[in-house]
Design a protein around this ligand. Structure first.
Ligand code: NDP
Ligand code: GDR
Length: 372
């Protein structure tokens, strides 16, 4: 049997990068769709790049966009994938309030374009499809913990668009007997998480505060609770979902929930700084109460966290906690990373990154006179 062929939309994103790495290790031929950008946008996958002039190339990139049906049709026809992972999306919940129509087109109809392309090409029986669904579908709390059976109540244009994609996936499975599945994934993070999602924003800022590059971080709703896992654990599950005997929808989560405030405290604990929160709502602040390292440029009593209401959303998802019993029992999936291990991984990586940054700025960087 030849190599299995996978096509990944959103290959340049957090999950696209980890999934590509995972599938290449499994011996897949991996094709990714990347968007044209005026700057390089392949940072997360540059280590996987293979020179197209050498034999046995297994990683290929195609220019494309989920808003362009003919482009998707052509790529799928060319690649003839055994598996499609639809990870492409405008994935930032708060930003989706600023550009709802674009998000509906890409995150919602984009999924339909892929399903329809597979059908139009007569690949319904060959190509299995994974749709990146989300715990944001649960939105306003209906029940906890959330399972595959919990009703949806989306609270953002992002979640509304993803709800369309969710049901399109179910409908194509039922109408055309396609192997199309939703992974309802709860938040998952990593050292390569986008810098404006709350966990990465916190770990980056904490590393910078510890190195004296920044004094304070401004955040939004500190009360929100999320079920945070590690992206490395979650991409494995995407693959397992498409290897299952039957096409189904799956909740993927750790089963533990933590407030944003506590994530901040865990990040600061990593650099030996203890934080206490005082005040309520927009007046809440995080104050340093102890530091185990005298060299740190933070002092007891210093205010290192403050709230800025611009980060509050018009409608919020207050509490997410997933019940992944079905995935545990039927697929034998179990996450390897605890929240503590996730925070350590992210903090270690951001401290290294910020140290490099400081070094370049203060020590190693020399100007050459090429441009003068
Ligand atoms: P990222 O934001 O890191 O990556 C999104 C990817 O989608 C990027 O490669 C981006 O390209 C690409 N993309 C954006 N717009 C388009 C478009 N119009 N056409 C084609 N590609 C596009 O997201 P994650 O990796 O974190 O998430 C992957 C998927 O899983 C997303 O669909 C997200 O909504 C969903 N999800 C994520 C969860 C999480 O906690 N991470 C949880 C549940 C679901 P570019 O690099 O050029 O911007
Ligand atoms: P989320 O992730 O909206 O859950 O969507 P995000 O990290 O953006 O927010 C999590 C919670 O933290 C609160 N918050 C802040 N969020 C951001 N980004 N910036 C802040 O300064 C801040 N302060 C507090 C938010 O209000 C929210 O409650 C992510 C995305 O990856 C989606 O694509 C995915 O579908 C879901 O996770 C599951």
């Amino acid at each position: 049997m030849g190599k299995k062929v996978a096509l990944i939309t959103g290959v340049t994103g957090q999950d696209g990068a980890y999934l590509s790495e995972f599938l290449l290790k499994k011996g897949y031929e991996v094709h990714g769709i990347k968007r044209r950008s005026s700057l390089f946008n392949t940072d997360r996958i540059d280590h996987l790049y293979q020179d197209p002039h050498v034999d046995n190339q297994a990683f290929f990139l195609h220019y494309g966009d989920l808003s362009d049906s003919t482009n998707l049709l052509r790529i799928i026809q060319e690649v003839q994938p055994d598996e499609i992972y639809n990870l492409g999306a405008m994935s930032h919940v708060q930003v989706s309030f600023e550009m709802p129509e674009y998000v509906a087109n890409v995150d919602g109809i984009g999924a339909l374009r892929l399903l329809e392309a597979v059908r139009a090409l007569g690949l319904e029986k060959k190509t299995r499809i994974y749709q990146a669904s989300t715990s944001e579908l649960y939105g306003k709390v209906q029940e906890v913990p959330q399972t595959e059976k919990t009703p949806f109540y989306p609270r953002s244009p992002y979640a509304v668009a993803k709800m369309y994609a969710y049901w399109a996936t179910v409908n194509y499975r039922e109408a055309y007997d396609m192997f199309a599945c939703n992974g309802i994934l709860f938040n998952h993070e990593s050292p390569i998480r986008g810098e404006t999602f709350v966990t990465r924003k916190i770990t980056r800022a904490t590393a910078r505060i510890g190195l004296g590059l920044q004094d304070k971080i401004y955040l939004g709703n500190l009360d929100a609770k999320r079920d945070w896992g590690h992206a490395k654990d979650y991409v494995k599950m995407m693959w397992m979902i498409l290897q299952a005997d039957e096409a189904e929808d799956w909740v993927i989560a750790t089963g533990k929930t933590t407030p944003v405030r506590e994530f901040v405290q865990m990040a600061f604990a990593h650099i030996g700084v203890t934080l206490e929160f005082k005040g309520i709502g927009v007046d809440e602040v995080g104050i340093v109460t102890a530091s185990s390292n005298e060299k740190f440029p933070v002092s007891i009593g210093q205010e290192v966290v403050a709230v800025d209401k611009k980060y509050f959303r018009p409608t919020e998802v207050d509490l997410l906690i997933g019940d992944a019993t079905k995935a545990y029992t039927k697929l034998g999936w179990k996450p390897e990373y605890s929240l503590e291990a996730l925070v350590n991984d992210m903090m270690q990586s951001d401290i290294k990154l910020m140290q490099k940054d400081t070094y370049l700025r203060e020590g190693g960087y020399t100007t050459l006179n090429y441009f003068e």
